[in-house]
Design a protein around this ligand. Structure first.
Ligand SMILES: CC(C)(COP(=O)(O)OP(=O)(O)OC[C@H]1O[C@@H](n2cnc3c(N)ncnc32)[C@H](O)[C@@H]1OP(=O)(O)O)[C@@H](O)C(=O)NCCC(=O)NCCS
Length: 171
């Protein structure tokens, strides 16, 4: 059963509540977020912008669900066509629902969307070196690590090395 659906602007209150409640828990895994990030207006705008990008075919913004309840987010970002045919996954799950397989199932949904609906050739994701939970999620979905990118993303205020993972449609 799918655990995701395309996000809507109406999800903004639930997403904002989760980001606010878990601000400290997510901080080590995220870029630095200032106070406006945690407002309903900002999250509504982000969803609106994401849905416009979805309509243009450059991303797929999903919510992760437990039944009808929104418990996380997953984006298929940066859909690139031409010779690359690739996209990048980013996701989070509320700590109240972690360790129950939701991210693993959501990434499986994203893989199906990417290869069956979008007809992409490749998916990429990257994790901090010590983000074992996220690495497990990717490995369980067939992703393979193919290198370490030094100083790749500015997370929690500092440029940090990341493990690069990919999955090919032919895998
Ligand atoms: C990464 C994240 C999305 C995983 O979500 P989740 O729903 O808990 O994931 P799942 O339950 O599908 O799988 C997590 C796996 O990691 C394991 N795990 C969790 N924490 C772990 C740790 N500290 N060390 C080793 N394994 C760990 C779990 O046991 C589980 O594996 P198992 O089912 O074999 O036991 C969630 O922890 C999260 O939102 N973290 C903060 C944001 C983030 O890191 N996003 C990803 C950026 S790359």
């Amino acid at each position: 059963m799918p655990t995701t659906r395309v996000a809507s602007v109406d999800d903004a209150p639930a997403v904002t509540a989760l980001l606010r409640a878990n601000r400290e828990a997510f901080a080590p895994w995220e870029p630095m977020r200032d106070d406006p990030w945690f407002t309903l207006d900002t999250q509504r705008t982000i969803l609106q912008t994401s849905l416009e990008a979805h309509a243009q075919g450059t991303m797929v913004p999903l919510v992760i669900l437990d039944g009808d309840e929104v418990i996380g987010r997953l984006n298929i970002n940066g859909i690139t066509r031409g010779a690359l045919q690739s996209a990048v996954l980013g996701y989070w799950v509320s700590p109240s629902h972690q360790g129950r397989g939701f991210a693993t199932m959501a990434v499986a949904d994203a893989v199906a969307i990417a290869f069956r609906e979008l007809d992409l050739h490749r998916l990429q994701a990257e994790t901090l070196l010590h983000n074992t939970a996220s690495q497990q999620v990717l490995l369980r979905n067939g992703f393979r690590p193919y290198g370490v990118a030094p100083s790749y993303l500015k997370i929690a205020g500092s440029w940090q090395d990341h493990v690069l993972f990919h999955l090919l449609a032919t895998d």
